[in-house]
Ligand binder design. Structure first.
Ligand SMILES: Cc1cc2nc3c(=O)[nH]c(=O)nc-3n(C[C@H](O)[C@H](O)[C@H](O)COP(=O)(O)OP(=O)(O)OC[C@H]3O[C@@H](n4cnc5c(N)ncnc54)[C@H](O)[C@@H]3O)c2cc1C
Length: 472
C-alpha cells in the first residue's frame, strides 16, 4: 500500500513514462557492471531536469524510501546499485540518463557546463568541436556519465598532466536531501569566500546529494601526440624511465601506463585482431603518451632521443612509436581492453591502490610474493597509472579467496603509506574495510558530515561509510 502511494506520487511528480517498474525493463539497473552486486528496487525513475530531481528526492524522503543515484553504471565498487544495506527500506534507483543536455561550451572561459547524465565521451566531443580538450579519459568513457565521474572523483589516464576530476571541477548544481537545489555552478578559477562546498560532493558516491550539473575546466587541444609502447625490464626501470622522460620532456608527458606481460597475454588471447606491438616478449611494458600544445613542434624526434638515452642507462629494452592514428588507437586498445579481458577470463580480486611512486617496485615484488606463497592457485596481474602511483594489482583467483587476498594486499599497501582506493572509490566493496585503514577522526568527521547533509539517510544507504561504527 505504502509502495503504491510512493509510485503514485512519483508518477504525479514526473509523469507516467518516467517511472519504470517492469521487472524486465529495470533489471539492468539492479546489477553492477561486474555482476557482483545486485539488489531490489521499487522502481527506476528518470527525471529530466534539476526541478524534477528535486521532486523525486522530496517524494522519496516523504515516503521514507532511500534513493540510489545511478549514472552509466560502470563503477567497479557496487556504489550505483541498490543494496541490502538500506535496512529493509524501499529503494528507488534514479537514472540520470535523461538529464543529458550540454548546457554550454565556453571557449573564452575554457569551461564546459553539462548535465550529470551526459556521457563522458559526448562531453569530450563537444569540447573538441570547439577546439578544446576535456582531459578526463578512461576506458569506460563511452558509457560513464559526467555525474558519475564527478561522484567517484574518477582518475583515468591523464591524471599525470591534468589531475583528477576533483582538480577539474569548477562548479556543481546539486539536489540536497530536503529537495533544495544548490546552485554552485560557477566558472571561477578563484573564489575564496569560505569552505569550498563543491568538494564535498566530488567523490561522495551519491551519499551527500545528487549532482545534476557540472562545470568543468577545458584546455587547449594538443597539436600533436606521440604514443609509444616500451618494453622495460622491471617496474624499477619503469619508474626511473618516467623521471628520465620528465626531466627531458617536462609536463608534455600526459600518460604513463605500466602493463605486466600477463595482462597483455589476456588481451591478445581474447580480443579480435589485437597484435603484440613488439617482436620480443618482455615481462613489463610502459604505454606512454606525450603531447605538444605548441604548434610546429616535432615531438617524435625528441621522444626517440630520450628513449635512446634511457636505453643506454638500462631503463628500456625496446620501444616502438605509433606511426599513424590507427596504430596509436591499437596501442591504447591493448591497455583499455585489460579490464574487460580480465572479466571474460573469470573471477578476480581487484585492488585499485595507490602508493608513493618510488615504492611501486617494492610493493609489486612484495605483493606478488605474499599472494603466491599463501594462495598457490592465484595469478597476480598488475597494470595501472604508474605516473600517479595508482596500480591495479588484480589477482585471478576463485571468489572464495578474494577477501583473504584483499587483506594481504591492503595491509601491505597501508604499511607502505598507500591508499586502499586510488580512483574507483569505496561503494559496497570496501565499506567494511574502510574502518581498518582510515583513522578514527576522519571516520567520525565523515559520519557527522553525512548525518548533517542527509539526516534521514536517504542517499545511497550502506555505501561508502557506515553512519554508525561497526560493532566488533
Ligand atoms: C572498463 C572500465 C575501465 C575503467 N577505468 C577507470 C579509470 O581508469 N579510472 C577511474 O577512475 N575509473 C575507472 N572505471 C570506473 C568507472 O568508469 C568510473 O568510476 C566512472 O566514474 C563511473 O561513472 P558512471 O557514470 O558509470 O557512475 P555509476 O557507476 O553509475 O556510479 C558511480 C557512483 O556515483 C554515484 N552517482 C552516479 N551519478 C551520480 C550523480 N549524478 N549524483 C550523485 N551520485 C552519483 C553512484 O551512486 C555510485 O555511487 C572503469 C570502469 C570500467 C568498466
Amino acid at each position: 500500500m505504502r509502495a503504491r502511494c510512493l509510485l503514485r506520487d512519483l508518477r504525479d511528480a514526473l509523469g507516467e513514462t518516467a517511472v519504470k517498474t517492469d521487472p524486465n525493463e529495470i533489471s539492468p539497473y539492479l546489477v553492477d557492471w561486474r555482476g557482483r552486486y545486485s539488489g531490489t528496487a521499487e522502481c527506476v525513475v528518470e527525471p529530466r531536469t534539476a526541478q524534477e530531481m528535486a521532486r523525486v528526492v522530496k517524494t522519496a524522503v516523504a515516503h521514507g524510501a532511500a534513493v540510489v543515484p545511478q549514472g552509466g553504471n560502470t563503477g567497479l565498487v557496487g556504489g550505483g546499485v541498490p543494496s541490502n544495506g538500506a535496512d529493509g527500506r524501499t529503494q528507488v534507483v534514479i537514472s540520470m540518463r535523461r538529464l543529458n543536455r550540454i548546457r554550454e561550451v565556453d571557449p573564452l572561459d575554457n569551461v564546459i557546463v553539462t548535465e550529470a547524465g551526459v556521457i563522458l565521451k559526448h562531453a569530450q566531443e563537444a569540447a573538441g568541436a570547439m577546439g578544446r580538450l576535456l582531459p578526463i579519459s578512461l576506458a569506460a568513457e563511452g558509457s560513464a556519465q559526467v555525474g558519475g565521474v564527478v561522484s567517484t572523483n574518477a582518475g583515468g589516464i591523464n591524471v599525470l598532466r591534468y589531475g583528477c576530476t576533483r582538480d577539474l571541477v569548477l562548479g556543481l548544481e546539486v539536489v540536497m536531501a530536503d529537495g533544495a537545489i544548490w546552485n554552485g555552478l560557477q566558472k571561477l578559477r578563484k573564489n575564496n569566500t569560505g569552505y569550498d562546498l563543491k568538494q564535498l560532493f566530488i567523490g561522495a558516491e551519491g551519499t551527500l546529494g545528487i549532482v545534476t550539473a557540472v562545470a568543468l575546466k577545458l584546455f587547449p587541444l594538443p597539436h600533436s601526440h606521440t604514443t609509444t609502447f616500451i618494453a622495460v625490464p622491471n617496474p624499477d626501470a619503469a619508474v626511473k624511465l618516467l623521471r628520465h622522460l620528465q626531466a627531458e620532456l617536462g609536463d608534455s608527458i600526459v600518460a604513463f601506463e605500466l602493463v605486466q606481460r600477463a595482462c597483455l597475454d589476456l588481451v591478445l588471447s581474447s580480443v579480435k585482431d589485437a597484435r603484440d606491438p613488439l617482436s620480443e616478449r618482455s615481462p613489463w611494458y610502459v604505454l606512454a603518451e606525450v603531447s605538444a600544445t605548441m604548434k610546429g613542434l616535432s615531438i617524435d624526434d625528441l621522444v626517440e632521443d630520450s628513449l635512446a638515452s634511457a636505453a643506454e642507462q638500462g631503463f628500456v629494452s625496446d620501444a616502438v612509436l605509433a606511426r599513424s592514428a590507427a596504430q596509436r588507437a591499437e596501442f591504447w586498445r591493448l591497455r583499455e581492453e585489460i579490464t574487460d579481458a580480465e572479466r571474460r577470463y573469470g573471477p578476480s580480486a581487484k585492488h585499485d591502490v595507490s602508493i608513493p611512486v618510488s615504492l611501486i617496485p617494492e610493493f609489486l615484488a612484495k605483493a606478488d610474493d605474499a599472494v603466491r606463497s599463501r594462495f598457490p592457485e592465484a595469478k597476480p596481474i598488475a597494470f595501472g597509472h604508474v605516473g600517479d602511483g595508482n596500480i591495479h594489482f588484480n589477482v585471478l583467483a576463485p571468489v572464495s579467496d578474494t577477501e583473504a587476498i584483499g587483506m594481504v594486499v591492503y595491509d601491505l599497501v597501508s604499511n607502505l603509506g598507500g591508499s586502499i582506493s586510488a580512483e574507483h572509490g569505496i561503494g559496497l566493496s570496501k565499506v567494511d574495510l574502510l574502518p581498518r585503514y582510515k583513522d578514527d577522526i576522519s571516520l567520525t568527521l565523515m559520519r557527522q558530515l553525512r548525518l548533517t547533509l542527509d539526516p534521514l539517510q536517504s542517499f545511497n544507504p550502506g555505501k561508502l561509510v557506515h553512519v554508525r561504527p561497526l560493532e566488533n
